[in-house]
Design a protein. Structure first.
Length: 350
């Protein structure tokens, strides 16, 4: 577990004194500005960040608010002068800051605060790990149900997961579990789609406008199914936007940007999979996608050209019709039937 503490202050003398006094009991790193600190946090994880209030270009509250957005599990502490106490209290009440300390801060008070902050970080990460294990189980059950009802959709999701996994490696993306979950659940809304229509779509056959709209609505249906599951909201939004063309909006929040980027990873992977399953070679599929390059995030499309497509094709996760006779899979049939009945209300009506 990472227990590194990052101190941020534009006064080098103060940073040096803190580092000398605390290095024996804590893992300490320092940054001389909010900009330097944000750059350091983009390259590594920190359990606690302690920031001075008054700094040029970006004050402590603005900086720690940015930290909350980009690294929500990092515990945030503000150092402030007495004149800024009311401002600091407001920041605490808004939820941006765990504690604030007044300057000069006695060593004993500082170490107690750091110990409490590290303890808070351990609680946050422990809750995250338990929740993630629960989510993995939830995703596994949903994917198994998808395999029972729509084996072809399950196969497609498995292949897309392989592409997304390699894209994430190429692009050095964090929170890969969310991307893999979005890939495996990207077709979950297809449970409500007619199997024959789905097969025609996957084979690249021409569909009537009504049938095509029905197939594409699976993204909305799947997102609605998952939207109520805690910590899967971002996954649900990626799934909902899997057919979106690339946008160039520059003022998105970090969370919205992450969802948009994940959705583009799905879009690129899904389109490539559909073209290759319709008979194109990988090179032909890539060439066709380049002709519509404006529809895709150029960074993601470029990464697709660099991955090992043979390795990414995750055939180990395939579930064809013959496997639905497996005894373990048979156990999911009653659950699948209940799920299928339950989501009929989520599907668009005629």
């Amino acid at each position: 577990m990472n227990d590194t503490i990052l101190f941020v202050d534009d006064e080098v003398r103060i940073l040096s004194a803190l580092q000398r006094s605390l290095y024996r009991g804590y893992r300490i790193e320092i940054a001389g500005s909010a900009r330097d600190a944000l750059e350091a946090m983009s390259e590594g994880d920190y359990a606690v960040v302690v920031s001075d209030m008054k700094m040029p270009a970006m004050d402590g509250i603005e900086f720690l608010t940015r930290v909350k957005e980009t690294s929500p599990e990092t515990v945030r502490v503000l150092l402030t002068g007495y004149a800024d106490v009311e401002t600091a209290i407001a920041a605490v009440n808004e939820g941006s800051i765990f504690r604030f300390l007044t300057k000069p801060c006695p060593q004993e008070v500082l170490t107690k605060t750091l110990d409490a902050a590290l303890g808070q970080h351990r609680l946050i990460t422990a809750e995250r790990d338990v929740l993630r294990e629960t989510l993995v189980g939830t995703v596994a059950v949903l994917v198994k149900i998808l395999g029972v009802i729509q084996p072809m959709a399950f196969g497609r999701a498995s292949r897309v997961r392989g592409y997304v996994r390699q894209l994430a490696q190429q692009l050095h993306v964090k929170d890969v579990w969310q991307l893999e979950a979005a890939a495996m659940l990207s077709q979950i809304g297809c449970i409500a789609t007619e199997s024959e229509v789905l097969k025609q779509y996957y084979r690249g056959e021409q569909l009537s406008p009504d049938k095509l709209a029905d197939v594409l609505s699976h993204a909305r249906v799947g997102a609605k199914m998952l939207s109520g599951v805690r910590r899967l909201q971002a996954v649900a939004r990626m799934i909902e936007r899997q057919h979106d063309s690339f946008g160039t909006v520059s003022d998105m929040s970090p969370a919205t940007e992450a969802v948009a980027f994940g959705a583009q990873m799905l879009r690129v992977s899904l389109d490539f999979d559909r073209l290759t399953q319709a008979g194109r070679s990988p090179q032909e599929a890539l060439a066709e996608m380049r002709q519509s390059a404006s529809a895709y995030n150029p960074e993601v499309l470029s990464a697709l050209e660099r991955i090992d497509l043979a390795e990414a094709d995750d055939k180990t996760g395939m579930l064809d019709d013959s496997l639905t006779d497996d005894p373990e899979v048979q156990l999911f049939h009653p659950i699948a039937d209940e799920v299928l009945r339950a989501i009929r209300d989520l599907a668009p009506t005629e």
